[in-house]
Design a protein around this ligand. Structure first.
Ligand code: FES
Length: 340
């Protein structure tokens, strides 16, 4: 049996490789021309140690205290020269992609369509030359046709298919926004570099609280697609906050996916004072202690920097910190700013 293994490098680059169930991860990586840190290949030196992000795996042997301690094993470290997988898996490699003689993957694609969803957003659909693996929530750099520029966007589509979609904020005068509004046509060539980023959906072991600000909905669409495919028993609450009702794009798709999953509650919030809506204001006006589930909750947030800062402060006001908090800030230059 063959599984998909994601190798996340320290510089934010991810590579997705195939790995047979009898194959050591370092061997599978080598087959893909990726030289993971390695010395003894016998579980003795500890050079290939990494942190496991997700998945079922087994280690054949390791020399206790020399290569790794028992505590490290319990904390989720593994020696990749001794590790085989029995499910799709994610490993966080303690080296840069460059040090492993690799880099971000390049994938060619063609524009299928650029659709204006509202005054504030576009949906860009790209046909890829081959299916692209990534973790739901990750992003790629997308070249802007007719320019030397690239811009970073989270996938809003499901991983592993040959069609990628992106929910893109319409920024006046922005390089990508201008292309999408004025020149985009089917067949335009684009180059995707990635996947990249540490904002991605982890194994869901507890209730989920997902907070999307505007086009920060994009990674959550990809996550919902993945969860709809695999199923979950965990409750997911998705807050989708925008300025105006017209900005609530892709809501129908969100609701369809939510219905398919069966454990998702979708909450929409409008900030504009001159519009009617059940919930008005900001996410922090509505996030309650109940949402925090006494801290037994994983929070994912994708939105502008003030939203990330406000939510972080709000946790302190509520007096409850989530078990895990992952966020991605996007800034007005159409590029990724910061993730954690
Ligand atoms: Fe030495 Fe894996 S390379 S323990």
């Amino acid at each position: 049996m063959t599984y998909q293994v994601v190798l996340n490098f320290e510089d934010g680059v991810s590579r997705v490789i195939s790995c047979d169930d009898a194959e050591k991860v370092t061997d599978a990586a080598f087959r893909h021309k990726i030289n993971l840190p390695m010395d003894c290949r016998d579980g003795v030196c500890g050079t290939c140690k990494c942190k496991v992000g997700a998945g079922d795996y087994e280690m054949e042997f390791y020399l206790e205290d020399e290569a790794m301690t028992e505590e490290e094993e319990q904390e989720g470290y593994a020696l990749l020269c001794q590790t085989t997988v029995s499910s799709d898996a994610v490993f966080n490699v303690m080296a840069s992609s460059e040090a492993c003689k690799t880099g971000a993957q390049q994938t060619a694609g063609e524009v299928i369509a650029a659709e204006k969803l509202s005054e504030t957003s576009f949906n860009l659909r790209v046909k890829l030359e081959k299916p692209l693996g990534f973790l739901p929530g990750q992003y790629v750099n997308v070249s802007v046709p007719g320019t030397e520029e690239t811009r970073s966007y989270s996938f809003s589509s499901k991983p592993g298919t040959d069609e990628a979609t992106f929910l893109i904020r319409n920024l006046e005068g922005g390089v990508m926004s201008s292309y999408l509004a004025e020149r985009a046509s089917a067949g335009d060539k684009v180059e995707l570099t990635g996947p990249m980023g540490i904002f991605y959906l982890r194994e869901m072991k507890r209730p989920q609280l997902w907070l999307a600000g505007g086009t920060g909905l994009a990674p959550f669409l990809s996550m919902l697609e993945k969860v709809a495919e695999e199923g979950t028993d965990q409750p997911i609450t998705l807050y989708y906050a925008v300025t105006r009702a017209a900005d609530l794009v892709e809501l129908e798709r969100v609701e369809q996916l939510a219905e398919k999953i069966g454990t998702v509650t979708v909450v929409t919030i409008l900030a504009a004072e001159d519009e009617e809506h059940a919930l008005k204001g900001y996410v922090t006006d509505h996030l309650s202690e109940k949402d925090m589930n006494d801290g037994d909750v994983d929070v994912y947030l994708c939105g502008p920097p003030p939203m990330v800062d406000a939510v972080s402060k709000h946790f302190k006001t509520l007096g409850t910190e989530p078990a895990q908090f992952f966020y991605e800030k996007f800034n007005p230059s159409e590029s990724k700013a910061e993730a954690a």
